[in-house]
Design a protein. Sequence first.
Length: 232
Amino acid sequence: MRLAIMQPYFLPYIGYWQLMGAVDAFVVYDRIKYTKKGWINRNRMLLNGSDAMFSLQLAAGSDQLMVCERELAPAFDRRKLLAQFEGAYRKAPHFDELRPWLQELVLHPAHNLFDYLWQSIVKVRDRLGLTTRLIVSSEVPHDESLKAQDKVLALCEALGATTYINAVGGMELYEREAFAARGITLQFHKSRPFEYAQFGAAFVPWLSILDVLMFNPAAVVDDAVRHQFDLL
């Protein structure tokens, strides 16, 4: 069984979904510390030919809180965020067909940050036609005190993984020998450059998956998600 484990992100770039499509089961951490400078509640979209940040406004909370303990701010305006997406992509070729799906995703009523992120991950997975099993990390019996590689190995063993695939950025964090000692093959996922037309201007790479969906027909998205990457 092929397994990947990732943090939850809001509408992350195509590499996240390529990794998901490359495995049988995809674990999403819920009991992981929220980091302000990370990408958990924000990403980038195309606006007037340049990249622009969008984000989920969070309620004030301790820096020690887990993602599953954070809440969206009472002032977070879902309709304003939806309007930002509409303003950016209204003239994109696939906007009309995506709008009902995007509206359902953005206007979801969850107040807990992880719950909101989780539903968005499920909706994107389904939109991409992926059948990968999604698992919340805290629902897998394992020692929660473990960190880094030891935690990953514990989750792999608990789920019976024979292959663990990580994003290429983790090559310096994980040791093939440690996985092999547990009977697990370690591989790394690396996205290939994927360029497409964006309103006829210079291409801005690695934006949110929303950008990919807005500008590309389903067959092209499907090929990019399922094939435009390498396993090292």
